[in-house]
Write a protein that binds this ligand. Structure first.
Ligand SMILES: Cc1ncc(COP(=O)(O)O)c(C=O)c1O
Length: 396
């Protein structure tokens, strides 16, 4: 029999949908994938060469559970250089993706019955991770009319004596929102006053537009730093999703607890990928900038197209590579045998009628929206937006 823990888990909606798309593709149907959660770029060659070098030199054994000391030191240099933050390698853990660092963090700090505040719309996995740690996710809705900004007043109202942490994500998946320094400072104050942790997932930190800057929450004050676990990784900034390297930086005691958990569950992350990650952090800013500028062009195109469509509105995201148009106008509308009553119906309708794959907003606690990833070629964006517009116009 399967455990209650796993039975209570909602399978990842994005991965389920990928299976459906793979099935259609197998039938020879050309789908434009607006569902992808990864850069459509190859890993820069200087990074690949470092991994090749590691393989050839036989650097293929286990590393310490928290990751190679050289990589952890490089991560410390990054925080010093970019945010003037002092960490030592003892404050850093390298994991098999940011996803594992996040899981480690929840397992390390949450006791059964403790609450973790999750501002929504949110990335699919946070809620399941909190549940796996036997914590209680407390969902707090951020408003679309405010561009999904962090509503600190609403968060304040959801704090109880059981609140152990909040998980925030800026730039945000799925909304693309970038939280302001002012709001993050207010959140930091709340964390100090009410003694809870901030887990700050900054994995999209490099993909940010319109002159915005990422606010590293831990850099706001030494007191806030003491309450913050920063999560980051190689996947999005360096087009390294399949290499599976992420990391967490925070108070030594918590990093130690996370390392104990990781040591007993996966030992250590992939060794050649750790060598490659040192190169990524130290020498790849140019490649990141080329990718960022291209994403920005696509972002502007897609926002203009969506907002020029009747009955759709879409706030302008300042980060990541997603947009979240509100499609609720179409709920209750039909085309032939298909009635669209919610965001899942809409995603299914668009897959079947327009042959474009988007993700249902419901998966992110955003039932009025769909998520479109613009991590795709300009040619596909143009064709996909044409198909979207045409299919929506058929719904009456
Ligand atoms: C907000 C957010 N955090 C974490 C991750 C996981 O990243 P990784 O590939 O490093 O596990 C993702 C991936 O989609 C993400 O969107």
């Amino acid at each position: 029999m399967i455990s209650k823990r796993i039975k209570n888990m909602t399978p990842s909606a994005t991965l389920e949908q990928s299976a459906k798309i793979a099935e259609l593709k197998k039938q020879g149907i050309q789908i434009i994938g607006f569902n992808v959660g990864e850069p459509d770029y190859n890993t820069p060659t200087n990074i690949i060469h470092k991994a090749e070098e590691a393989y050839k030199l036989g650097l293929t054994r286990y590393t310490p559970a928290a990751g190679m000391i050289e990589l952890r030191e490089e991560i410390c240099r990054k925080f010093k250089k970019e945010y003037n933050l002092e960490y030592t390698s003892k404050d850093v853990i390298v994991s098999s993706g940011a996803k594992q660092s996040l899981t480690n963090a929840f397992m390390a700090i949450v006791d059964p019955g403790e609450e973790v505040i999750v501002p929504t719309p949110c990335w699919v996995s946070y809620v399941e991770m909190v549940k796996l740690a036997e914590g209680i996710p407390v969902l707090v809705r951020m408003e679309e009319k405010n561009g999904f900004r962090l509503d600190v007043e609403k968060i304040r109202k959801s704090i109880t004596e059981k609140t152990k942490a909040i998980i925030i994500n800026s730039p945000n998946n799925p909304t693309g929102a970038v939280y302001s320094e002012e709001d993050l400072r207010l959140l930091g104050q709340l964390a100090i006053e009410h003694d809870f942790y901030i887990i700050s997932d900054e994995i999209y930190e490099k993909l940010i537009y319109d002159g915005e800057q990422n606010t590293c929450v831990a850099a706001l004050s030494p007191e806030i730093k003491a309450k913050t676990i920063t999560i980051n990784g190689m996947s999005k900034a360096y087009a390294m999703t399949g290499w599976r390297i992420g990391y967490a930086v925070g108070p030594t005691q918590i990093i130690n607890a996370m390392t104990d958990y990781q040591g007993n569950t996966t030992t250590s992350p992939n060794t050649p990928a750790q060598y490659a990650s040192i190169e990524a952090l130290a020498n790849s800013e140019e490649s990141v900038e080329i990718m960022r500028l291209e994403f920005d062009k696509r972002r502007q195109y897609i926002i203009n197209r969506l907002n020029s469509m009747e009955n759709i509105h879409c706030s302008t995201p300042k980060g990541a590579f997603y947009v979240m148009p509100n499609v609720s106008y179409y709920y209750g509308k039909k085309y032939q045998d298909f009635t669209v009553n919610n965001s899942l119906d809409m995603a299914n309708y668009l897959l079947e009628e327009a042959k474009i794959a988007v993700v249902t907003g419901a998966a992110f606690e955003a039932p009025e929206n769909i998520r479109i990833s613009y991590s795709n070629s300009m040619e596909n964006l143009i064709e996909g937006m044409n198909r979207l517009e045409e299919s929506l116009s058929k719904l009456k």
